[in-house]
Ligand binder design. Structure first.
Ligand SMILES: N[C@@H](CCC(=O)N[C@@H](CS)C(=O)NCC(=O)O)C(=O)O
Length: 207
């Protein structure tokens, strides 16, 4: 069965989109517009009651959450070698990084545009926004120092964690953080942009 992959341009779904493309997966990309509120339409909420992207519809059912989709894509396409599949410890290390990106870095970024998830007071929303450059800067300092073995996140072998790190690194500029502060992350972004699968996905998402 051809899987259906729901994404929105400029969103965190880019990570899973790149992984699907790198895997050579049999999937159809379905674009929705977060700006137009497609994620809150009844048909979409039937797929993902959380009202978020990404969503991957498989022959076994629906998957949400980048961390889950990335692991599923890597494990169901072993020939693409997108994760250390034979090494439980290395796989867990990769998942630790993916979880940090999802639960900490992404959440700090969301304080810029989605502050009303946490507070109602307009002054408090502004204060959340104000803190974004510092938080994102702090997170990427840690990533630069501790989580990017180089040349890829896991060292010599490319993995789905590279797609995820790249996706969140593309948000830095909009969060008023200069990526050049982090030479290894900057170098990683440039290397990602040279990968044919990444170029195909970026072209498809911006078409
Ligand atoms: N932890 C989730 C986060 C998903 C998420 O927040 N997606 C955002 C786009 S980056 C979204 O769909 N936002 C729509 C909304 O908040 O209405 C994941 O990594 O899949």
């Amino acid at each position: 069965m051809t899987m259906k992959f729901f994404y929105s341009t400029g969103s965190c779904a880019l990570a899973s989109h790149i992984a699907l493309e790198e895997a050579g997966a049999d999937y159809e990309a379905m674009r929705i517009s977060l700006k137009d509120g497609d994620q809150r339409k009844p048909e979409y909420l039937k797929l993902n009651p959380k009202g978020r992207v990404p969503v991957l519809v498989t022959d076994r059912g629906v998957l949400t959450e980048n961390v889950a989709i990335l692991a599923f894509v890597a494990q169901s396409h072993p020939a693409a070698r997108l994760a250390p599949l034979d090494d439980p410890f290395a796989f867990a290390k990769m998942q630790a990084i993916n979880s940090y990106l999802s639960s900490t870095v992404h959440v700090s970024h969301a304080h810029k545009g989605r502050g009303s998830r946490w507070v109602d007071d307009p002054d408090a929303i502004e204060l959340l926004k104000k803190k974004v450059p510092q938080n994102m800067g702090d997170h990427f300092e840690l990533i630069e120092r501790e989580m990017l073995a180089g040349p890829w996140v896991m060292g010599d072998d490319y993995s789905v964690a590279d797609a995820y790190l790249y996706t969140l690194a593309t948000w830095l500029e909009g969060d008023s953080v200069d990526v050049k502060r982090f030479p290894r992350v900057h170098d990683h972004m440039n290397r990602m942009q040279q990968r044919p699968a990444v170029q195909r996905v970026l072209a498809a998402e911006s078409a």
